[in-house]
Every structure is written in C-alpha cells, then in structure tokens.
Design a protein around this ligand. Structure first.
Ligand code: ZN
Length: 148
C-alpha cells in the first residue's frame, strides 16, 4: 500500500510504498528527504497541505522566537522527533513569520502542539512539556492512524 507524504521543502505530494518508509525516501521533485528524525521548519502553505494530505501523523510545534517556553521546549521536541522517526513527522511553524496560522488553527497561546492524522486535527497540547511527554502524547496518535 502506498501513502501520501508531502515534501516539507517544496510541497510536492509524493506517493511512497509503506514498505519503503524506512528506506530514506526522497521527494520526486526536489530530492529532499521525506522522513527525517529532525523537526523541519515549514511555511503556512506547506503546513496546510501536509496537514490535509499526509498519510502519516504530523506533529506541529507552533512557536516564536520571543517565546521563552517555546525556546525551552525546542530541544525536547527535537528529541521526540528523533525517537519517533518513521512513525510521525515533526514540523515547526514560526507564528510570527506566518501570522495567518493563528486564526486558521485557533491559536490562543504558544507553545502549542497540534497533531494531524487522516487529514484533520486529532489533538492539541498547550504549554511546554518534556520530550518524554511529547513522545507519549504523539505515540497515541500513530496507533490511531488506522482509524482515520
Ligand atoms: Zn520536494
């Protein structure tokens, strides 16, 4: 079975056989790695497309440089991204650079984590939490992907 994975660099929707997800698949258009163990900073447009189309869970960290708790959580988020490589993709959106995200996703405060699966938001978490909690929180989503 093939799943759709939107390239976080160029926005191209790629179809990847599920069995190849662990084999460092690359974007057919730009060659960027599609499954990385590190958070990728994305634009509002790419976030919207990936949230709608991705066949594997998408974990988004909404942050801004002026936000102290966001900066504190950044290494925790990166560590969770590494731990869950291949299970979920971790991305970051700078809410100051992309203010339209605030209204689109009803953001009242940051840091805010939103998980998307099956084309819709499945849960959100406000406030900074450690890597262990992020992993726990995000693991439930990957298990639920079959229901989406
Ligand atoms: Zn690409």
């Amino acid at each position: 079975m093939a799943i759709t994975v939107v390239c976080l660099e160029c926005g191209q929707a790629n179809r990847i056989p599920e069995a190849k997800l662990d084999a460092e698949p690359k974007c057919a258009r730009c060659g960027a790695g599609l499954i990385k163990g590190t958070p990728t900073e994305v634009s509002f447009e790419i976030l919207s497309k990936a949230a709608r189309m991705d066949g594997i869970p998408l974990i988004v960290d909404f942050w801004a440089a002026w936000c102290g708790p966001c900066r504190m959580m950044a290494p925790e988020f990166a560590s969770a991204a590494k731990a869950l490589k291949g299970t979920a993709r971790f991305i970051k959106l700078d809410t100051e650079a992309h203010p339209q995200a605030g209204e689109r996703y009803g953001i009242r405060g940051i840091p805010l984590l939103i998980a998307f699966a099956g084309g819709r938001e499945v849960k959100r978490q406000s406030g900074a939490i450690p890597a262990s909690k992020i992993i726990e929180w995000a693991s439930g989503i990957s298990q639920a992907k079959g229901d989406a």
